[in-house]
Design a protein around this ligand. Sequence first.
Ligand code: 13P
Length: 295
Amino acid sequence: MALVNFKQMLRIARKGGYAVAAFNPVDYASMRAMVEAAEEIDAPLIMQTSAKTIKYYGHEPLATWYEQLASDSSVPVTLHLDHGKDLDMIRKCIETGWTSVMIDASDKPFEENMKITRQVLEMATPAGLAIEAEIGEIGGVEEDIIVAEEDAHLANPDEAERFCREFDLGVFAAAIGTAHGYYHGEPKVAFDLIDEIYRRTQTPMALHGGTGLDEETIAKCIELGCAKVNISTNLKHVFVDSFVQYNKNNPTDYEPLKVLGAQFEAMKELFRSKMTEFGGAGKGASMLKEIKESP
Ligand code: 13P
């Protein structure tokens, strides 16, 4: 049984001083590649689907692929909804087999964000799911969600404390200066803010906008309180570039399975390197054991 509790997963990672990589799959092969990569290096894994991916494939196929790939894996694997905004979509995730959901009402005024987050918590908790929620507003482009630079703003630490006192979150997405997509210029990560928010909330934090952050920055974020690091854009680029590159290198080869094979290996390489960078390698089986043995 490798379909595990998201909240437990992130508490264990935080305690161990590392972060679990959360990748946004784009198809069945990318899901399979991330599970294989996680098993090869013995790392825990969060598979997180965007709302756009769910709209494309439907809930059932994604849940079935996850169940098939992760139910017998040697490492803990969760299925998470990334940036959920539509309560009907969230409800269906809860009903069809996601192990956690994110509610992103960060574009709403704080009190309204609290109200919506409470609604989602009330849907998820009876089903045994943990949630992720966001305050502040993370800039950049994440699928259909576009937050212009002038609208992005950092989380307020007093609000962060109130939010996490009110809600028992699996992981907390506070805007701390990172952005979705490739960075234009130097990312301005507010390390002091991560430090203050984590100290005041004691809730493991999610690092959004992982693509394009250097190793040192990510390591510091993990040290200060982040237990989940999100990577999406990076995978999209590897997915497309590896396919194109194979064709450039082998212009007369029209054997689809060979092209897909090259793409699969490139994705696995990305997953292995990110999970290792975030400190997850060698932690999967022991995390699974700890989760199974916990009451
Ligand atoms: P990137 O697209 O920058 O990797 O960010 C992913 C993310 O944070 C998903 O929520």
